[in-house]
Design a protein around this ligand. Structure first.
Ligand code: MGD
Ligand code: MGD
Ligand code: MO
Length: 871
């Protein structure tokens, strides 16, 4: 990205045309990044037990607290829980401190919840965690299979590159996802497999390849091991097309079509993300995919291979430094004794971790049980994002010392911190990140450090020094990076593919001017974007890749009578994780403004929940109350809910409270896509919506959600007892002054109440209550805040609760230009057969900035075409 601070405090951002990953394109969250750099709600000063203190005092509190704990209870009583949103330099020093000086492997990361299954899969197959491909391979592949990935919403630039390749070269795209998504909408084939049946499906493909002469015998014989066992296991676990289709809940013809496409296409990439990884069989799913690529020799060539698409900005950097409890450092294993010795020598450290520490879920169990008594959480919000999140909250409540480094001061997790440390945010911090395709890029600061915020690497080094440890005298991120590069080459001898030794003596100027480059860069600094393993040599000691014999398993917790639905969780297009940053942007909050649970229309009837009403979802672990959506995107038996909402944005919508802490036995990654739940109507006596220009404390009603608009904050409300709405309206809006320009309308019979107040003929706030959730159109209400003078007709409209011209925009589709579904549909109807996203974009601008909404525009066009065809 190229960012330019403007005079008025705004930041202009655009894609960097020279970067190989995006070639100048940005998705909607990227385009709106400028909205999130403001200092509102930023953490700007260190605090200890709620009191503002100096940095020296804060550092001393952390260092003494951790050291005392180690002295009294041993090194296993302390832990770090870090994140793929740290820079590589931050990650490197955190890992060095815990593993090389505290001397235990009690450092794990939120990447455990994200791509640890993919890591374990690569490790088993290749002997090392190596992503073998680059994004341009996706453009030269003739078939791209997306497994458990909503690429259109989560990796929009990748999807745009894929669809462009398809237009120019006619390549094909297949999506394997139980849900219909914006991604499956644009695919050539969508296989809505039953949740958790991916291993069955790829085992079936392995058998199919064997039976249709599609095994590359020469490759299998020379470069792999374990083929016979893998094939036997696949046959034993089902195997035949008909049987596999039955288990996967697919039509045999559709499955056959996919198997035939895979078999007939030499250049296939199978790209996968959370639908694969976040499973109790996540590692097996990854290996089931890799097995098929090894068997057919579809690896080590341009445009062919298994491609784990990662999530966070620097999840990959964390993998490189060894930020997991099961690795030591720089792709060196904990159980590799000579490797351990080499790292210890290199660090010149007093002790070195030798045993695996507790993986994320277990780490928080140990905090809960009191085994871990001091934890330092950096750049992650576990009270929202871990499974069984109410228990996580309880664990932190009990923990004697909780230190949190964050950029925001009001997260669900920071509420439990004894020590809060303000970190530098994007735009301020300085260092490197690695993306899905092994490419290391620089992040450079262009904003001054706000308040007393400091870089994460520096905070960690300060604490390490205060604990009395040498080896943390870094003055700049460049010095940290240089050491990291040296370690990658230390005692390597080609044993580890991760090697950036060519940069061991990188100068400050070279670091400053770093251009994106992919590892390995062992001797030359040339970027290594070509496919890995092109020579058929893998990283196991014998140089052979491993097939893994897989017996398919279904998810550990199947639905029951008490909890008859499967809760599937994931992302929405315009929000990022726990919303601490995207929640600041009105633009990004307009696409999906509320937490919801989406269920098949037939199941909605079965469970007596109605679209637009509220429903309670309950699992064995916790519950939440959210808006109901119905339709046919989610298959029967499943309910889908987004992960983003939390205490700062809703009274009761943390999906993590429900998700089960079942984990994959190898990777320890939690099964976040599969929790048995019950769903029932939430009996609200009334519903409300309120918009105000002023910021207000959380409303004191039974249920609420909050969303930021461009010039207002909007609350959705619901209550359980019908009090006096006139009193409640003034209380919620904070209007005590009886002289204010206040309007109200009530219809006691229909149980409707509306109120608004104006200052200088400008709308300051309005609230609508109704016994039914039939409230005014939100996009229209939002637009009223841009009106500078209200005339009588508009005042009337305000009380009538509908626009004078009656033109509803409908739900927002294009956040960049604020274009709703209704005008897009009208335009599609008018254009008829000539309707394309590009043509509609010419008229309404929608989809012409970042393009993240193009798949949804496509869908509106398709809906209109069906409507027209049906008369
Ligand atoms: N807009 C947006 N983009 C993001 C993020 C964000 O927060 N917001 N976060 C980033 C991060 S950290 C990550 S990890 C990525 C995640 O990117 P994705 O993995 O694409 O996102 P998810 O929505 O978590 O899940 C993907 C899909 O898995 C499907 N799924 C569920 N169960 C199964 C199953 O058993 N089998 C199969 N085959 N599919 C299944 C779900 O229905 C869902 O559509 O996104 C990154 N990009
Ligand atoms: N049910 C369910 N749960 C899930 C998932 C799912 O699909 N379903 N997905 C999982 C996945 S893949 C992921 S990646 C996780 C994400 O979950 P989290 O990591 O908990 O989510 P974020 O909101 O990204 O948290 C990052 C925190 O770091 C802060 N921060 C941002 N930049 C910096 C920085 O530079 N320094 C510091 N110190 N702090 C910073 C932010 O304000 C925020 O509080 O959620 C996981 N949880
Ligand atoms: Mo992630």
């Amino acid at each position: 990205m190229l960012a330019t601070p403007l005079k008025d405090g705004e930041v202009a951002v655009r894609g960097d045309p020279a970067h190989p990953a995006n070639r100048g394109k940005l998705c909607v969250k990227g385009s709106a990044l400028g909205d999130t750099t403001g200092l509102e709600d930023r953490l700007l000063h260190p605090t200890v037990r709620g009191e503002r203190v100096s940095w020296d005092a804060a550092i001393a509190t952390v260092a003494e607290g951790f050291q005392r704990c180690i002295d009294e209870h041993g090194p296993d009583s302390v832990a770090f829980y870090v994140s793929g949103q740290l820079l590589t330099e931050d990650y490197y020093v955190a890992n060095k401190l815990m593993k090389g000086y505290v001397g235990v492997a009690n450092i794990d990361t939120n990447s455990r919840l994200c791509m640890s299954s993919a890591v374990a899969g690569y490790k088993r197959a290749f002997g090392e965690d190596v992503v073998p491909l680059s994004y341009e391979d996706l453009e030269i592949a003739d078939l791209v299979v997306l497994v458990g990935s909503n690429t259109a919403w989560c990796h929009p630039i990748i999807l745009q590159r894929l669809t462009a390749a398809r237009e120019s070269r006619g390549s094909k795209m297949v999506v394997l996802d139980p849900r219909r998504t914006a991604t499956s909408d644009v695919a050539d084939l969508h296989l809505p497999l039953l949740p958790g049946t991916d291993v069955h499906l790829f085992n079936g493909l392995l058998v199919w390849l064997a039976e249709h002469g599609a095994v590359d015998r020469r490759f299998v014989d020379t470069h792999t091991a374990g083929w016979e066992e893998a094939l036997d296991a696949a046959r034993a676990g089902g195997g035949s097309l008909v049987e596999t289709a039955r288990v996967c809940g697919l039509e045999a013809e559709a499955l056959r079509a996919f198997y035939e496409m895979f078999t007939a296409t030499p250049s296939v990439i199978t790209a996968y993300s959370m639908g694969v990884n976040q499973s109790s069989a996540g590692t097996d799913k990854a290996n089931a995919i890799i097995n098929c690529h090894l068997a057919s020799g579809r690896i080590g060539k341009p445009g062919a291979g298994p491609f784990s698409i990662t999530g966070q900005p620097n999840a990959m950097g964390g993998r490189e430094v060894g930020g997991f409890v099961h690795t030591l450092a720089s792709h060196i294993d904990l159980n590799d004794a000579p490797g351990r010795k080499a790292v210890q020598e290199f660090w010149n450290s007093p002790r070195i971790a030798s045993e695996q520490g507790p993986k994320a879920v277990e780490m928080f169990e140990r905090i809960h049980s009191g085994q871990i008594k001091a934890v330092w959480i950096m750049a992650t919000n576990p009270v929202v994002s871990l499974p069984d999140a109410d228990k996580v909250r309880e664990a932190l409540q009990r923990c004697p010392l909780v230190v949190v480094s964050d950029v925001m001061g009001n997260t669900d997790t920071s509420a439990f911190a004894h020590v809060l440390l303000p970190a530098l945010a994007w735009g301020e911090k300085d260092g490197t990140v690695t993306n899905s395709e092994r490419t290391i890029s620089r992040q450079r600061p262009f904003l001054p450090a706000p308040g007393e915020a400091r870089a994460d690497w520096r905070i960690i080094c300060d604490v390490a020094r205060a604990m009395g440890h040498p080896g943390f005298d870094f003055q700049t991120p460049h010095e940290v990076f240089r050491e990291h590069a040296q370690l990658s080459a230390h005692a390597n001898d080609g044993k580890r593919a991760f090697n950036i030794g060519a940069w061991s003596w990188i100068t400050p100027e070279e670091y400053e001017n770093w251009q994106p480059a992919a590892w390995p860069m062992t001797r030359t600094r040339e970027t290594a974007r070509g496919p890995m393993f092109a020579d058929g040599k893998f990283m196991h000691p014998d140089g052979r890749a491993r097939f893994v014999a897989l017996t398919p398993r279904l998810p550990r917790n199947p639905p029951t009578r008490q909890y008859p639905l499967v809760l599937n969780t994931g992302r929405v297009r315009d929000h990022w994780h726990t919303m601490t940053r995207t929640g600041k942007s009105g633009k990004l909050s307009s696409h999906i403004a509320e937490p919801f649970a989406e269920i098949n229309t037939e199941d909605a009837l079965r469970f007596a929940v109605r679209a637009g009403d509220l429903a309670q979802l309950r699992s064995a672990h916790g519950s939440m109350v959210v808006r109901v959506r119905t339709g046919s995107d989610v298959p029967s038996g499943m309910v889908f809910a987004p992960i983003h909402w939390n205490r700062a944005f809703a009274s009761d919508a943390r999906v993590g409270a429900l998700t089960n802490p079942v984990v994959d036995p190898i990777s320890g990654e939690p099964e976040l896509k599969h929790t048995p739940v019950a769903m029932e109507p939430y009996a609200a006596d009334w519903y409300g919506v309120m918009l105000t220009r002023a910021s207000l404390p959380p409303p004191d009603v039974a249920w609420w959600t909050r969303v930021k608009g461009e010039q207002f904050v909007r609350y959705e409300l619901a209550g359980r007892e019908a009090g006096d709405w006139a009193v409640l309206a003034r209380k919620l809006l904070g209007v005590n002054d009886l002289e204010v320009d206040w309007m109200e309308y009530r219809d006691a019979g229909r149980k409707v109440y509306r109120a608004a107040y104006l200052v200088d003929d400008r709308l300051e706030g309005c609230v609508y209550f109704d016994a039914r959730p039939a409230l005014p159109e939100r996009a229209w209400l939002s637009r009223l805040f841009a009106v500078s003078r209200f005339n009588e007709a508009m005042r009337g409209a305000l009380m009538a609760g509908r626009a004078i011209e009656g033109a509803d925009q409908g739900p927002t589709i294009c956040s960049c230009f604020g274009v709703g579904k209704n005008p897009i549909a009208a335009c599609a109807r008018a254009l008829g057969a000539a309707a394309t996203p590009a043509e509609i974009g010419k008229k309404l601008k929608c989809g012409t900035n970042c393009g993240s909404c193009v798949p949804e525009i496509q869908r509106v066009i398709a809906e209109q075409a069906v409507k027209t065809a049906n008369g």
